[in-house]
Write a protein that binds this ligand. Structure first.
Ligand code: SF4
Length: 287
């Protein structure tokens, strides 16, 4: 008997989202369901790990394995799971505050290890759940609940930030185009190695409904750029250095050994030598 193909509805849980009406995260959830339908993996073979924040509610709204971790810790938990269970598709979901501030220290390390997980950041340029404090991506000068006279801090640019670390897959999308967002999610999940997807997801409550228009007026698709080449990091750097527009699509992609491949090599080397017993293997790691 052939198994019936799952549809996007099968990947969504019965829990009703409690995001504010108009929040961009609804579109992210819809795109995620479409992406999971496209991948067609059984629900028990996918796990979504989140931190804390509005966006980190996502695992509860999906009918797959999920874990709502503590603030900023989605990535290390996702890495541990992927290393222990390489057969699973593991996705870390986070917000701009959760990922770039509290969890920011994990980013260079997951990149240099190239653990085969995807990371989706719902970037709304604010801490929404805790009532509108300035986040690492809040533009300079913006009024927030912690910057009543304008934000003093220079914001980070997620794409440049991650490209600078040497991430092997860097992409950007927005729920303003759900089909494209779903396509980018699929590409990120299928990428062998650490894949970073920045999602411009408006917070209507603390950034205003105008964010939709602001993004719409500035977004463009990188694959419509004449000399677009996602394998060229210099071109990618130039492409995303224009502050007046939002690049959508795969900005940069290259293949590099994953952490699992490196682990397998070490194991093979250890087993292929004169080492014959577990006690001998352990000696390898003694000082
Ligand atoms: Fe969405 Fe902002 Fe409401 Fe949070 S506070 S649910 S990010 S609109």
């Amino acid at each position: 008997m052939t198994e019936e193909k799952l549809t996007s509805k099968d990947y969504v849980s019965s829990l009703k989202p409690i995001w504010c009406p108009g929040c961009g995260d609804y579109g992210v959830l819809n795109a995620m369901a479409l992406a999971l339908e496209e991948l067609g993996r059984p629900t028990e073979n996918i796990a979504v790990i989140s931190g804390i924040g509005c966006s980190s509610r996502l695992p509860g709204y999906l009918n797959i394995y999920g874990f709502n971790a503590i603030h900023g810790r989605a990535i290390p938990i996702a890495c541990g799971l992927k290393i222990a269970r390489p057969d699973l598709e593991v996705i870390a979901v986070s917000g701009d505050g959760d990922c770039f501030s509290i969890g920011g220290g994990h980013l260079p390390h997951v990149v240099r290890r190239n653990v085969d997980i995807a990371c989706f950041v719902m970037d709304n340029q604010i801490y929404g759940l805790t009532k509108g404090q300035a986040s690492p991506t809040t533009p300079r000068g913006d009024i927030t609940s912690t910057s009543r006279y304008g934000n003093l801090d220079r914001p980070i640019w997620p794409l440049r930030f991650m490209l600078g670390y040497g991430t092997t897959f860097v992409a950007q999308a927005t729920p303003l185009d759900i089909k494209h967002l779903a396509k980018m999610m699929v590409a990120a999940i299928l990428h062998p190695g650490f894949a970073f997807l920045n999602i411009l997801s408006p917070c209507v409550t603390y950034r205003g409904k105008e964010m939709y228009q602001f993004i719409r007026e500035r977004m463009y698709y990188v694959d419509e750029t004449p000399d677009y080449d996602p394998a060229d990091d210099q071109k990618a750097w130039r492409l995303i250095s224009n502050k007046d527009r939002f690049s959508l699509g795969i900005i940069y992609q290259k293949l590099s050994k994953t952490y699992r491949e490196k682990l397998d090599e070490v194991e093979e080397r250890a087993r292929g030598g004169k080492i014959s017993s577990l006690a001998d293997e352990r000696k390898l790691f003694l000082p």
